[in-house]
Design a protein around this ligand. Structure first.
Ligand SMILES: C[S@@+](CC[C@H](N)C(=O)[O-])C[C@H]1O[C@@H](n2cnc3c(N)ncnc32)[C@H](O)[C@@H]1O
Length: 273
């Protein structure tokens, strides 16, 4: 049986990274805002190709709205939810700033309880952007996807955009560095092939611009990484049939392993056991 080892209620590192030090992850999302805009443009294109020129879109795990807000600017009525209050507060402020607070709304909610939080509401499409599944275990992910399925009618679209996937060869590459403005993320990665879990030590360092680095946060993260087939199977059991598969959704590129991203487009079907 697969178990998650991320602490009480599966929230320990998630709490530290996205809630307790939300200020740091907000810097990361802010410095990748234009990536969010590009993702939103591609999502809007796919929605239109599927006959949805406008309508209600639910964004699960929306962060600070770097995709929801540009999607509202594209003309959709977006409701974003996230477990982190600081992210939601930031998203609301940004929606005001971009003058779309009537079209981009945000609520704090745990994805694991989203069906009861949004009971009775129906959306035309659901989106999940970046690696937001895999934080718990596969049964929990399936449950979340089933709960999301209860919020749409049959035939509605689900877009999972730019998530990590198991075929990426770099999982064994050890230490990687990424810069986000004055923040430097040093990540020591180890991949557990038996449970398909990526175990990383994240060290976030502040660069003062004069060659001095100060540690802001050190945390061990852990997530379940899926193959495209595993994710498609989980989706099917939860009531979503995958129609198309891409790599990076911004380029609508063909999915192929060297690309670190996997994107799936699915439609709501009858759930199978
Ligand atoms: C990798 S970030 C992606 C954020 C956003 N989708 C983006 O692309 O900018 C993952 C997000 O999932 C949220 N999250 C983690 N666990 C959650 C849960 N149980 N319910 C709702 N949101 C959750 C985090 O707070 C974080 O904003």
């Amino acid at each position: 049986m697969e178990i998650h080892r991320s602490g009480v209620n599966g929230l320990s590192w998630i709490q530290r990274v996205f809630i307790d030090r939300a200020d740091l992850y907000l810097e990361i999302m802010n410095s990748t805002w234009s990536e969010g805009e590009q993702i939103a443009r591609s999502i809007a294109e796919i929605l239109r190709e599927n006959g949805l020129e406008s309508g209600r879109v639910l964004e699960a795990f929306c962060g600070n709205g770097r995709v929801a807000i540009p999607l509202a600017i594209e003309g959709y009525d977006v409701l974003g939810f996230d477990i982190s209050l600081p992210f939601i507060q930031d998203a609301r402020q940004k929606a005001e700033k971009h003058r779309v607070s009537d079209k981009a709304k945000f609520i704090v909610s745990d994805a694991r309880e989203i069906d009861s939080r949004l009971k009775g509401e129906i959306f035309d499409a659901i989106i999940i952007v970046s690696t937001s599944l895999g934080y718990y275990d596969s049964m929990t992910d399936e449950e979340i996807l089933r709960k999301l399925r209860s919020l749409v009618k049959e035939g509605s679209i689900l877009i999972i955009a730019n998530t990590f996937h198991r075929e990426t060869p770099s999982w064994n590459c050890g230490r990687v560095f990424q810069r986000y403005g004055s923040l430097v993320l040093m990540e020591d990665m180890r991949f557990d092939p038996l449970w398909s879990r990526l175990l990383s030590k994240w060290i976030l360092l502040r660069d003062d611009g004069e060659g001095n680095l100060t540690k802001e946060l050190e945390v061990n993260t852990e997530m379940r990484i899926y193959t495209s087939t595993e994710l498609a199977e989980i989706l099917r059991r939860a009531g979503w049939g995958v129609d198309s598969i891409y790599g990076d959704i911004r380029k609508k590129e063909k999915f192929s392993p060297p690309c670190p991203y996997l994107s799936l487009i699915a439609k709501a079907i009858q759930a199978t056991e």
